[in-house]
Ligand binder design. Structure first.
Ligand SMILES: [Zn+2]
Length: 333
């Protein structure tokens, strides 16, 4: 059974990270909206965070959460910026008038997991163009078994044709909307093999998908071509590209800053070094768990009922660093 809610640094997050859609009750989910800049918002319901560019060109939505939330997402978008003075940072937006065009024109998927792509079809059927990296389309088409190469596995069903990305890219693609250049960049073998990070350079904002999460130790989908090395490389690249005051939107959890991302990156490097050292010393995975070699990070990154507990993260790093699972061109069955 998967975490439904977990307590992290005293904040109760509706994490529901990657829980199967059928296991969840979406009726009580509310979409919380946070205004980041004139045209950019973060929407948080259940599943992955969404980043929305909203303005005269309509809406560009990064990720779509779950199909069952499509109506609620639409209602939240209608409410954005429609009252005089607009919404306030951190404020909750009720559904409001639609005197601005709030139609979703573009969707960019950060990766294929269903807690980020679930409402693709709902928006595509209304005319949105769904955009994703090539590998995302391939994995959505076949489905497969996501997992960390150890104790975490999730069956991912193939999606209906309507949910499939119509525009795909290999390395990079830009969508020019609402005065900004939403730049989608592929980071290979990170959380999966199809991760996209979306930069909004004029808004000083970056949407990182599940390469950066704030629910504790991250889930890295090694079965789907992910690796801790790729996650580290991606975080380093983001830190090189964004300004010091950038807003960093994680895949799960509240909006962060560069300092938070740097701290997370340091944890990834330090825990990787600990496991690499143990590997070099000839230790087995069982010994690493038993000796709790990641114990000093547990308090900060493994809250009660964590999605990825300390043992699971040890497995993740062990499998990543050993190259246990084929990382190149591996495809779900
Ligand atoms: Zn994910």
């Amino acid at each position: 059974m998967l975490c439904q809610r977990l307590c992290y640094l005293g904040i109760l997050l509706a994490a529901a990270s990657f829980a199967a859609a059928e296991e969840q009750d979406f009726s009580k989910v509310e979409i919380r909206t946070t205004r980041l800049t004139e045209a950019l918002y973060v929407l948080q319901g259940a599943g992955g965070n969404m980043t929305a560019s909203v303005g005269p060109d309509g809406v560009l939505l990064v990720d779509t959460e779950y199909a069952a939330l499509a109506d609620k997402i639409r209602a939240a978008l209608r409410g954005l910026g429609s009252s005089p003075g607009g919404s306030q940072p951190g404020g909750s937006q009720p559904g409001g008038s639609a005197h601005h065009d709030r139609a979703v024109r573009f969707v960019i998927n950060t990766h294929y997991h269903y807690d980020h792509t679930g409402a693709n079809a709902a928006f595509a059927q209304e005319g949105a163009t769904v955009i994703a990296q090539d590998n995302v389309r391939a994995r959505l088409q076949t489905g497969g078994t996501a997992g960390n190469g150890g104790s975490i596995t999730r069956e991912v069903p193939a999606v209906e044709a309507a949910a499939m990305p119509r525009v795909t890219f290999d390395h990079e693609l830009a969508v020019h909307v609402n005065g900004d250049d939403a730049r989608a960049v592929h980071y290979p073998n990170a959380h999966t093999d199809g991760d996209t990070i979306v930069f909004f350079p004029k808004s000083g904002t970056v949407a990182m998908g599940d390469i950066y999460v704030r629910y504790g130790f991250p889930f890295i989908d090694i079965n789907s071509g992910g690796s801790v090395q790729g996650v580290i490389a991606a975080c380093e690249d983001v830190l090189r590209r964004v300004p010091a005051d950038a807003r960093v939107v994680p895949g799960h959890g509240d909006v962060a800053g560069v300092t938070d991302l740097r701290e997370y990156l340091q944890m990834l490097k330090d825990t990787s070094a600990a496991v690499a050292g143990a590997l070099k010393a000839g230790k087995t995975l069982a010994q690493m768990k038993q000796e709790r070699i990641l114990g000093r990070w547990s308090e900060g990154y493994s809250p009660p009922k964590a999605f990825v507990d300390t043992d699971a993260f040890t497995e993740t790093l062990y499998n990543s660093l050993r190259g246990h699972v084929a990382r190149h061109g591996s495809r779900p069955r």
